[in-house]
Design a protein around this ligand. Structure first.
Ligand SMILES: Cc1cc2nc3c(=O)[nH]c(=O)nc-3n(C[C@H](O)[C@H](O)[C@H](O)COP(=O)(O)OP(=O)(O)OC[C@H]3O[C@@H](n4cnc5c(N)ncnc54)[C@H](O)[C@@H]3O)c2cc1C
Length: 341
């Protein structure tokens, strides 16, 4: 591991100041469950690591603007134990699936949203696009866990976030902040630039190795996630996992449904671990409106969601998994999963 400066600010302003120095060649440390690995393996080489755990205004869950705001430093256990969490079933489904106390005790929601891909070529130093001698290592190599949608460009990894699919299905927004400098009459002043961005626009598919996987610019970070009021929305996430412990899903699907007398009035379906970004299944969700969720309807929605899949040489199997994840998420949200398995 290379040496780096370590800083532990206590306020938002201090944190942004520290992150903006070194030309923005800095890294945010939250729970550290993933960042420490990236540092040890030299996958990232920041000049300074800014540990944000002591910024108290970025911790906790509270009502905000008709919904709920979760601070970036809030751990998965804290979310799980909060009374309000029960209303956001699809987020709790994810926490239930993380059967590793190291991750739930230390890991944070924002850390999950911002974690870098688990593509083995990337983690072994070949860059996000995993190129060697101008060739894609993924296209010709072991691509069994790679993308089956959105993979026509050079990026073939899958988005690593487990919470992004359910949060996007909830139409969540993230608060992004960065420090800005202005000079007026020769006097330099610092201020905080704040932006609330719908989470579905947060993720990017890079076209070059110098681009990232999110819109975050150097020195910028997430401070909060906002979820709209749960009211009577039904939600669920279904993840296809291999292990009963530390694991990443091979495919997942999350949905939010607004029902009226059992008929779907509003639907949003988001797939995870199938594309370089969380993948919104617009057509399948639109088709569900006006229908009653049954096993057959849920299965058809799953097929529609994957209709444009373009699997690589070794990951055809993920298409069926993702279809099934959609079907089971819809059945789970309508309390029918147990009846059909
Ligand atoms: C051995 C190992 C096993 C794992 N197993 C699992 C598993 O079973 N299930 C699972 O879901 N995940 C797993 N993970 C992934 C990871 O631990 C979790 O996703 C966790 O939620 C990350 O949260 P954290 O707070 O620890 O993030 P950190 O490790 O602190 O950060 C992760 C990334 O997000 C960035 N970041 C953190 N906070 C912010 C912020 N507020 N704004 C901008 N960027 C930010 C960091 O700079 C870093 O790039 C595993 C990781 C490792 C190393």
């Amino acid at each position: 591991m290379r040496s780096f400066e370590y800083a532990r600010p206590e306020t938002e302003a201090e944190a942004l100041e520290l992150l903006s120095e070194h030309g923005g060649n800095t890294a945010v440390l939250a729970g550290g469950t993933d960042l420490m690995n990236l540092l040890k393996r030299d996958v990232i080489q920041p000049a300074r690591v800014v540990d944000i755990k002591s910024v108290s205004s970025w911790r906790g869950i509270k009502p905000h603007d008709g919904g709920v705001m979760i601070g970036a430093n809030t751990t998965l256990d804290e979310i799980n134990e909060h009374a309000i969490a029960a209303d956001y079933r699809s987020l709790i489904d994810v926490i239930d699936g993380i059967r590793a106390i190291q991750i739930t005790a230390n890991g944070t929601l924002a850390g999950d949203l911002c974690q870098l891909p688990h593509c083995w070529y990337f983690r072994n130093g070949y860059g996000l696009l995993a190129m060697k001698d101008g060739e894609s290592l993924v296209a010709t190599g072991d691509n069994r866990y790679h993308a089956i949608l959105g993979n026509s460009g050079p990026a073939k990894f899958v988005s690593a976030s487990r919470f992004a699919p359910p949060a996007i299905a909830w139409n969540a927004k993230v608060r992004l902040v960065t420090q800005t400098r202005s000079v007026s009459e020769g006097v330099e002043a610092m201020s905080v630039k704040e932006e609330w961005l719908p989470l579905e626009y947060f993720f990017l598919t890079p076209k070059t190795n110098s681009q990232g996987v999110t819109v975050l610019k150097p020195g910028q970070l997430i401070t909060h996630l906002w979820l709209p009021a749960a009211s009577d929305t039904r939600s669920a996430t279904y993840e296809v996992l291999e292990l009963n412990g530390l694991d990443q899903p091979q495919a997942s699907a999350a949905c939010c449904l607004g029902l009226d007398g059992g008929i779907v009035r509003q639907a949003k379906i988001v797939l995870g671990h199938v594309a370089p970004t969380p993948w919104i299944a617009h057509e399948a969700a639109k088709w569900l409106v006006g229908q009653q969720i049954t096993s057959d309807i849920a299965e058809t929605a799953g097929r529609m969601a994957l209709a444009k899949a373009t699997p690589l040489s070794h990951n055809d199997y993920k298409v069926q998994m993702a279809q099934t994840a959609v079907k089971r998420a819809l059945l789970k949200a309508t309390n029918q999963l147990h009846e059909t398995l």
